[in-house]
Write a protein that binds this ligand. Structure first.
Ligand SMILES: [Zn+2]
Length: 235
């Protein structure tokens, strides 16, 4: 619909002449979604899903070392488990996105359940951190009927990715190789600082991969931005 946030984004970006807007597959059915920024700018966005976890502060330390911003798509139930860590992510200057409350696969689920779940996480994230997400990423990248209405009601733009690290199953070097070989101007990198709603996930391979990815991309001349910056939502 014309009032979708994706259209609003496109209008805002038109002012600067940026041609970032690419809508994801099936977006006309499941709601507006973007998966990359302007390919004419050598900018790239790091995104982390499934946090916060007890290991998230290690990611914050690493990103601070390189002065690199990222976007964390947090799970509402994980925010309730680690509200202090969720706040620390915001305090460090990173962007938060909504990654649902319960991290379900929402395929085949009723629209009312989808709306309830994302509304809950939106409220939890806002209450616990003070941040109000404008971005949403579906768990497992699976969108379904109901996403369009949920996104419209909550004012959320769907965000996919240009490369996903498969970091829940690959060793660090393989994650880094995969991400670096698919890095592209305007790209969005999907990694994970948690594992679904697991209480004590081992995210060491991801952390080690980030330690290799960030300096390599900096050396290659990339500039890191939050997803909103990449999509021209912020100036
Ligand atoms: Zn996830």
């Amino acid at each position: 619909m014309a009032t979708s946030s994706a259209f609003a984004l496109a209008a805002g970006c038109a002012v600067t002449g940026a041609a970032w807007a690419v809508r994801g597959r099936s977006s006309s059915v499941f709601g507006p979604s973007v998966w990359r920024g302007d390919s004419n700018r050598k900018s790239i966005a790091l995104t982390f899903d499934d946090g916060p976890s007890a290991s998230t502060p290690q990611f914050l330390d690493l990103l601070a070392t390189y002065r690199v911003p990222a976007t964390f798509f947090q799970v509402g139930s994980n925010v309730l488990r680690h509200p202090d860590i969720a706040r620390a992510v915001v305090a460090a200057g990173h962007e938060l996105g909504n990654h649902s409350h319960s991290h379900l696969n929402f395929a085949l689920k009723p629209a009312s359940l989808i709306e309830r779940d994302f509304t809950r996480s939106q409220e939890v994230i806002h209450t616990e951190t003070g941040a109000k997400p404008v971005l949403v990423r579906a768990p497992f990248g699976v969108r379904w009927f109901g996403f369009r209405r949920m996104q419209a009601r909550l004012g959320l733009t769907g965000v996919m990715w240009t490369v996903i690290g498969l970091d829940w199953k690959l060793p660090a070097q393989a994650i880094a190789d995969r991400v670096l070989s698919h890095a592209t101007p305007g790209g969005i990198i999907c990694l994970h600082d948690g594992r679904g709603t697991e209480e004590n996930p081992d995210v060491t391979p991801t952390l080690e991969a980030v330690r290799r990815i960030v300096p390599s991309l900096m050396e290659a001349g990339y500039h890191f931005e939050s997803v909103s910056q990449l999509l021209c939502q912020k100036t």
